[in-house]
Design a protein around this ligand. Structure first.
Ligand code: SF4
Ligand code: SF4
Ligand code: SF4
Length: 522
């Protein structure tokens, strides 16, 4: 047996045990990417570096056998910094987008490519579920939003942007007309939130907070909910669409008092009687200074990351912060604040939502169009034959959704590279000196996509195809910096992965090999 210490904890283990295995026995977490239990060791990613306190050397813990008397440190500043550098080196030659450009510019960060895939495959009910994770009023916004997402759409470089807004509106209308909308939940968290104002921001906050089982009371000064939405012409936003969609939110267990002006006294009472008060009042009014709030020229001052005002229980969103014609911005803020408050009620700590790592490679180069069109077609942008206010028919929506290039990565949640880049604060561009290489995509049986330029050469797929005795399998091709994962004898990937296509896609630590219809985002 061998005795050693890891982070000052002693452990006795059989000879041949690696430092990584010994640390795991002690419950000490060391990140890995190229290591896969049940396959032979192969050290390449260097994110499992630890320090030998005896000589100060950094070691790859996944392949280093533990030795008698060793003292290992896994978590000092040098170990953490070396892992960050390892990740940045991997990212320096990584070409991929974790999230699609359209999603990154959508103020509500809606998962647009996933919605498009679901509409294209006729799964309209799942499509609206995906939309409503981020947008509480999709039938309304589908008609009035100026679509900043379409300005960021990659398809524009080939011909015209995908008609994202109408697709979202289609998914919403389909739900409204089939009467499959939300009903009140029977459970209650015991937390109460007062919302002042029933415009887009207040309604969105109410929708997501009520979904999380909190009790919501809206106080609206007008005799109808909708705020500025009530001013939009019928030809742009038909009143029946507006009313049904707003009523759907109110029917989900939200209490609303109309024609209720909140003054200073009432505001103080709300703070006493509720766990949180949300100001979604639209443009602020000067009297709010007397309520104890701080105001700037544009609106109520808040912590930009948490929407918290100077009063600890009071939050402000939407046009109360800054006048804007972009209702989707208000709707996005309503969702974000609802998630923040839900976490706050559960853990008693108000944390800003983390900004996630996003690998980005920018514009498509003309020679890449053909690669991206492999998952799309060359059809022209579809117009809604009945006009924008009427929206797409099912056939039009499916045809338009099929124009999407699916610029997102298919493994954004399970990708270890992204998760570790987040954890260690890795910066993608730190070691990027050369022009980027071209995006390549190969498809296997319409089930799997292989993107070699997202590959970190961890060799897991090589070991798995060998272990499962594929006739061809994957191998390392070439040498040194130019080494890549490929199929020997120039065989097709289809041939290489006859038995193991799904397995390698599931075990790949990045999105280089991924299932096209992975369940992870559904
Ligand atoms: S492989 Fe990972 S890091 Fe790369 S684009 Fe996909 S999710 Fe992002
Ligand atoms: S082509 Fe599709 S995924 Fe790409 S930016 Fe446009 S809508 Fe988004
Ligand atoms: S494609 Fe293979 S070598 Fe590349 S990251 Fe995925 S599993 Fe590792």
């Amino acid at each position: 047996m061998i005795k050693l210490k890891i982070n000052s904890q002693s452990i006795e283990i059989p000879k041949g045990t690696t430092v990584l295995e010994a640390a795991r026995k002690l419950g000490i977490n060391i990140p890995t990417m190229c290591h896969l239990e049940g396959t032979e060791h192969f050290t390449s990613c260097m994110v499992c570096l630890v320090k030998d306190a005896g000589n100060g050397r950094l070691l790859a813990s996944c392949s280093m056998p533990a030795m008698d008397g060793m003292e290992i440190i896994t978590d000092d500043a040098e170990c953490l910094e070396s892992r960050r550098v390892s990740l940045e080196l991997l990212l320096s030659e990584h070409v991929g987008d974790c999230e699609a450009p359209c999603q990154l510019v959508c103020p509500a960060r809606m998962n647009i490519p996933l919605m498009n895939r679901l509409i294209a495959s006729g799964n309209f009910s799942k499509a609206i579920e995906v939309v409503k994770r981020d947008i509480a009023l999709p039938a309304i916004l589908g008609r009035i939003c100026p679509a900043p997402c379409e300005a960021g759409c990659r398809r524009k470089s080939i011909d015209e942007a995908v008609s994202i807004c109408l697709l979202k509106g289609f998914a919403a209308d389909n739900e409204l007309t089939t009467n499959k909308h939300s009903v009140a939940s029977s459970s209650n968290s015991g937390r109460k939130v007062a919302i002042i104002g029933a415009g887009p921001a207040g309604l969105a906050a109410a929708f997501y907070l009520s979904k999380a089982d909190h009790s919501i009371s809206i106080f609206e000064k007008n005799e109808k909910a909708g705020g500025d939405l009530l001013k939009i012409e019928e030809t742009v936003l038909p009143a029946n669409i507006r009313e049904i969609e707003i009523q759907t939110i109110l029917n989900s267990g939200v209490a609303i008092q109309y024609q209720t002006e909140i003054d200073k006294v009432r505001f103080t009472e709300l703070q006493q009687n509720f766990d949180a008060v949300i100001l979604a009042t639209g443009a602020m009014n000067g009297a709010m200074e007397e309520w104890g709030l701080t105001l700037s020229k544009s609106g109520i001052e808040v912590d930009k990351k948490t929407y918290q005002t100077i009063l600890p229980k009071v939050f402000a969103i939407g046009n109360a912060l800054r006048p804007s014609k972009l209702a989707v911005r208000s709707v996005g803020q309503g969702k974000e604040l609802a998630h923040l408050l839900d976490e706050y009620f559960k853990n008693d700590v108000l944390h800003a939502l983390p900004e996630r790592f996003n690998s980005k490679f920018g514009k498509l180069i003309e020679t890449e169009y053909v690669t991206y069109l492999k998952e799309s077609n060359t059809n022209k942008r579809v117009d809604a034959s009945g006009g924008k206010a009427h929206g797409f028919s099912s056939e039009e929506a499916v045809a338009e959704a099929k124009r999407c290039l699916h610029c997102d990565c298919r493994n954004p949640e399970s990708c270890k590279l992204r998760a570790l880049a987040d954890e260690f604060g890795a910066v993608q561009k730190r070691f990027q000196y050369d022009d980027r290489v071209l995006v390549e995509k190969e498809f296997v049986s319409k089930k799997i996509v292989y993107e070699p330029n997202k590959c970190i050469k961890c060799g897991i797929c090589v070991r798995l195809t060998k272990q499962h005795q594929e006739a061809f399998g994957f191998s390392f091709i070439g040498r040194g910096f130019d080494v890549r994962i490929g199929v020997p004898f120039s065989e097709s990937i289809e041939k290489a992965l006859e038995k193991t296509a799904v397995l390698v896609a599931e075990k790949c630590p990045t999105g280089a090999l991924a299932l096209l219809d992975s369940e992870e985002q559904l």
